[in-house]
Design a binder for this molecule. Structure first.
Ligand code: ADP
Ligand code: ZN
Length: 629
């Protein structure tokens, strides 16, 4: 058994010598020089005894928000977590830092659970991770109510929301924590941004007095790229070979069958790919997930059943070979790339066949009409993202309620201009058409009016008498539909989800209507196919060229560092990233520490890891050979 330090808040205060106790823990224990985003404010609020709801993107650093207060406040911090794999990794990571942490869930041998409970009784733990059903068992609640608690953290708090795809019924009971543990600060954390989910979390968890911390949702290290689907397997392979040799990644597919096919296809080409979907035998699925976490460079081909609780920080790419369900799911799924903050890619191929399939899916579903309509709108918005000529990140963030001042410079549309056409006049016509028909109608109707179709509905509404009736008869239906989709995608028009789903004008369309703003539309994919293909090849080459520049020889040293990490991880039966993350290894490569003091300055090297691994990694850097040599 290793030797953990049970943090005593008074020690921490004394160690910081009147300075900032939280900052000194961040530096000494975690080895990071600065707080990110809202971390510092959340920590101060919790340490002072307040409740909080923390919304931060994946990789934003939510864990520190409760882990540091857990060390600063007297008593035990209880962390509710929905998945055993998640608890296991967090506990391992904390123990690596020398922090006394353990997990308690319903899937443990009685002896094992008993040992953890004794540690709690003896005040030998700073953090206890617990599954919701275990926590809510009457005997656990009574037992913990007799302990001094530092705080209660509810991780992945969106699991309480019935709207979300990660709903867990056991989370619903967590509202009772307020009455069982009065006076103990409670913090709920999630990466899910949308306001309805947020409200539901507050309501169901009884967090009315919680302070809300909303971080920015941008993930600047993720490069977004969306291309037309031609030969998806070959396109994926080319992308992986040019930019992600040996990297871990996730490939999402819509159906179980295509998951199996794609995994098999990749394996034939020498890629370490594994399948994952809900139809697989439980044990096999679990083994594949464990291998993905424990080994380097595995590519997981999966349905969306795979995702929540994948805390692996070094997933270097997420590829969608089929359209995701919505912009929100695209953001969530791609968000699993690059949690460590290093460059990562989101790659998608989409084609008309996906659109047709998804529409059928929605139409054939048993759901209420209202629900289906919402699903259709979500799809339209997603198509808007796919077809846009604007910065992809800007569109994504707008969906999450954020605005971006400048194009990001790190997505395909920013990096390679898209063929476009001047649609200033068409945009005005389309917007006027929405306005003149009373902001009540959907795209099909609006296109009918613009193209001068004397349909029954048009006639009965007298819209054939409008000045703009038939003004756009020279443009195809498909092209007009694309115009409307792009107007929605850019926020110039909106879908009225409160009414019948017609289009309405957005405030921002005024300059377009007044002719003060130019509008350029993305050219329809099939018209532009050829030139796009050429450009894609060129960019692939440029990027791999750029990536290899200035890193000659680093490749083999990085391999030696990674091999060392893997060796240490195997010895202790933890995933390699628990030893050191890629970002920390990259830090070693960049700054080439010679002494332990140099090593300590690298982000991710706290005092405990310095003690255990410092010499070993200095040796690898000196010799260029993996440990043990
Ligand atoms: P989340 O739970 O929000 O997805 P994590 O808590 O897992 O994010 O943190 C994501 C990554 O960022 C982890 O690798 C973590 O070690 C790192 N990290 C968190 N806070 C900081 C910080 N202040 N400085 C540097 N790295 C940090
Ligand atoms: Zn961009």
């Amino acid at each position: 058994m290793e030797n953990y330090h049970v943090y005593n808040p008074l020690d921490s205060m004394a160690e910081s010598r009147g300075g900032d106790a939280a900052l000194s823990i961040l530096r000494q224990v975690f080895g990071y020089p600065f707080f990110r985003g809202d971390q510092e404010a959340v920590i101060a609020h919790l340490v002072a005894g307040g409740d909080a709801l923390v919304l931060m993107p994946t990789g934003g650093g939510k864990s520190l928000c409760f882990q540091i207060p857990a060390l600063l406040r007297p008593g035990l911090a209880v962390v509710v977590s929905p998945l055993i794999a998640l608890m296991r990794d967090q506990v391992s990571a904390l123990r690596q830092l020398g922090i006394a942490a353990a997990a308690l869930h319903s899937n443990m041998a009685p002896g094992e659970a008993g040992a953890v409970m004794r540690q709690v009784d003896d005040a030998q733990l700073n953090l206890l991770y617990v599954s919701p059903e275990r926590l809510l068992a009457a005997h656990t609640l009574e037992w913990l109510a007799r302990k001094p608690l530092a705080l209660l953290a509810i991780d992945e708090a969106h699991c309480v929301s019935q709207w979300g795809h990660d709903f867990r019924s056991e989370y619903l009971g967590l509202g009772v924590l307020r009455e069982h543990f009065p006076g103990v600060p409670r913090v709920a954390l999630t990466a899910t941004a949308d306001p309805p989910t947020r409200l539901e979390i507050v309501r169901r968890l009884n967090l009315d007095d919680a302070r809300l911390f909303i971080g920015g949702f941008d993930r600047p290290n993720i490069r977004y790229r969306i291309t037309i689907k031609q030969h998806p397997h070959e396109q994926l392979l080319a992308f992986m070979q040019s930019e992600h040799v040996g990297n871990a990644g996730i490939v999402y597919r819509l159906s179980r069958k295509s998951v199996e096919e794609t995994a098999a296809w990749l394996v034939k080409r020498g890629i370490a790919a594994l399948p994952y979907h809900a139809g697989m035998e439980g044990a096999v699925r679990q083994r594949n997930q464990d291998r993905f976490l424990a080994e380097e460079g595995i590519v997981m081909v999966a349905t969306i059943a795979f995702g929540m609780g994948i805390d692996k920080p070094d997933v270097r790419f997420v590829a969608h070979l089929d359209l995701p369900k919505s912009v929100e799911s695209y953001y969530q799924e791609t968000g699993r790339a690059g949690r460590d903050g290093l460059p990562a890619d989101a790659f998608m191929t989409y084609g008309m066949e996906d659109v047709v399939m998804l529409r059928r899916f929605i139409e054939n579903s048993q759901a209420e009409e209202e629900f289906r309509r919402v699903e259709h709108h979500k799809l339209e918005a997603l198509l808007g993202l796919c077809e846009s000529v604007e910065c992809r990140r800007g569109i994504l963030l707008r969906h999450l309620g954020e605005t971006m001042e400048e194009p990001c410079g790190n997505c395909d549309t920013c990096l390679e201009p898209v063929p476009t056409w001047d649609g200033t006049e068409e945009a005005r016509q389309a917007l006027s058409c929405i306005y003149r028909t009373g902001q009540r109608f959907g795209v099909n109707y609006l296109v009918d009016v613009l193209r001068g179709e004397k349909s029954e509905r048009v006639l009965s509404n007298q819209h054939h008498t409008l000045q703009l009736f038939g003004l756009g008869r020279d443009r195809s239906v498909a092209s007009w539909r694309s115009v409307f989709r792009q107007l929605v995608a850019w926020g110039l028009a909106k879908v009225d989800v409160t009414g019948y789903g017609g289009l309405i004008l957005a405030e921002s369309c005024r300059p377009v209507l007044r002719g003060e703003r130019m509008v350029r539309f993305r050219l329809d994919p099939d018209e532009a196919q050829k030139p796009r293909r050429e450009r894609r090849e060129r960019t692939g080459k440029e990027r791999s060229l750029r990536d290899s520049e200035g890193s000659k020889g680093d490749g083999s040293l990085m391999s030696a560092l990674k091999a060392t990490r893997t060796h240490l991880a195997r010895e202790q039966q933890v995933p390699p990233f628990i030893i050191f993350q890629d970002a920390t290894l990259q830090g070693m490569l960049d700054s080439r520490p010679v002494t332990l003091a140099d090593m300590e300055r690298i982000p991710g090297v706290g005092s405990r890891k310095l003690e255990r691994y410092g010499e070993i990694f200095l040796g690898v850097l000196r010799s260029g050979k993996p440990y043990p040599s």
